[in-house]
Design a protein around this ligand. Structure first.
Ligand code: SF4
Length: 314
C-alpha cells in the first residue's frame, strides 16, 4: 500500500536532499494467492525496484507491505528476514546471478542449508528432486554455471528460488536475456511449476507480449507510477490508458486483419529525478489536455476490476 522508493541523488551543504530519484512513487496493488500478476513498463519505470522491495533487497521509503495479512514493514529486520524465505526472486540475468565458483548442486543447496530446512544428509536428495522439477539431469549437479546455456542457467535460478518452498516468487524479466526460441520453454516451465507448487507470481516484463500467456492480471507502470491495472483479457481487449494503448500497438501480429495501427510515442521518458508535476506521461501523450500538466491523475476503477489513472476518465 502506497509503496515508494526514493533515492537521494544530491544533497545541499546541510545534508538535505535537493535532488531525489523517485524510482517507485506511491504504488498500491494487491496480488491474490495463486495468481500471476504481470507488471509491465519500459526500462527505468520502477518495476524491478518494486520487486526488490518485496523481497527485502530494498527498504521502502514509504508505504506498507502486507503478506498474508501481516504488515512486514512493521517488523524489525530480524523478524522480517524470517519471511524472506516465503518471497523469493528469479533474476533477469542468468549469467550474472549464479556464483561461477560454485557447482549448481551447491548453488541450489545453499538456501536450504542457510535456512536449516533439512538435515544435511537429506539435502542432496532434495537438490536432485529440484533439478528434476526444472528439467535438468541429476548428474549435472556437479557442473559449474559456465558449462550451461542461458536457458539452463535460468532453470538453475528457478530451482534455487524453489529450494526454500516459497509462496510468492518475483520473476524479474526471467526470459529477457534468453534467445526467443528458449523463452517459451522457460515460460511454460514457470507456468507448470506454478500449478504444481501452488505458487503466486509477480511477473515483471518490459513488453506486454511476454506477460500475455502467464498472467491473470496485468499492471502497467510508467515513471514510477501504476497507470492501469486490469484482468489480462480485459486489458488486451480494451486498453484505456494512452500509454497501454501505445505498448499494445507495438506487439507484432501476423494476422493482417487484427493488426493495429502502431502508435509511435514522441520524445524521451522524462527523468525520474524530480519528475514533472501533473501526469508523468503528459510530455509524450497523444491525448494530453491542458489540465494534464497541472494535476496528477489518480487510479480509479472505471469498470469492474479495471483501474486507470488518466484525466480522460474523470
Ligand atoms: Fe494523457 Fe492526460 Fe491521460 Fe496523462 S492524464 S495519459 S496526459 S490524457
Amino acid at each position: 500500500q502506497h509503496l515508494s522508493k526514493h533515492f537521494t541523488v544530491e544533497t545541499n551543504f546541510l545534508g538535505k536532499p535537493v535532488s531525489v530519484l523517485k524510482a517507485v512513487d506511491d504504488v498500491s496493488l494487491a496480488i491474490q494467492k495463486g495468481e500471476a500478476f504481470g507488471l509491465v513498463g519500459e526500462s527505468g519505470c520502477g518495476k524491478t525496484t518494486f520487486g526488490k522491495i518485496l523481497v527485502n533487497l530494498y527498504n521502502p521509503s514509504n508505504g506498507k507491505i502486507f503478506f498474508e495479512g501481516k504488515d512486514l514493514t512493521a517488523l524489525n529486520e530480524k523478524a522480517r528476514r524470517s519471511y524472506c524465505k516465503d518471497i523469493q526472486m528469479i533474476f533477469q540475468d542468468p549469467y550474472a546471478s549464479l556464483n561461477p565458483r560454485m557447482t549448481i548442486g551447491d548453488i541450489i543447496a545453499e538456501p536450504i542449508l542457510i535456512n536449516n530446512l533439512l538435515p544435511k544428509d537429506k539435502v542432496e536428495e532434495r537438490v536432485i528432486y529440484l533439478l528434476n522439477c526444472v528439467g535438468l539431469a541429476q548428474h549435472q549437479r556437479n557442473r559449474y554455471p559456465h558449462e550451461f546455456s542461458g536457458g539452463q542457467r535460468q532453470r538453475v535460478g528457478i530451482a534455487r528460488a524453489l529450494a526454500v518452498q516459497p509462496k510468492l516468487i518475483v520473476c524479474d524479466e526471467p526470459v529477457s536475456a534468453l534467445d526467443v526460441s528458449i523463452q517459451a520453454q522457460v515460460l511454460n516451465l514457470l507456468d507448470d511449476l506454478k500449478e504444481e507448487f501452488g505458487l503466486t507470481y509477480l511477473f515483471i516484463a518490459h513488453g506486454l507480449n511476454v506477460v500475455k500467456h502467464i498472467s491473470d492480471r496485468v499492471g502497467v507502470m510508467y515513471l514510477g507510477k501504476l497507470v492501469e491495472i486490469a484482468p489480462k483479457k480485459e486489458l488486451y481487449a480494451n486498453p484505456m490508458h494512452p500509454y497501454t494503448q501505445a505498448l499494445l500497438s507495438a506487439i507484432p501480429n501476423i494476422n493482417p486483419e487484427k493488426k493495429k495501427e502502431r502508435i509511435i510515442l514522441e520524445g524521451d521518458v522524462p527523468s525520474p529525478i524530480n519528475p514533472p508535476a501533473g501526469c508523468r506521461f503528459a510530455s509524450r501523450c497523444f491525448k494530453a489536455m491542458d489540465q494534464c500538466k497541472e494535476n496528477a491523475p489518480v487510479l480509479k476503477e472505471i469498470s469492474p476490476d479495471h483501474w486507470v489513472a488518466c484525466h480522460l476518465f474523470d
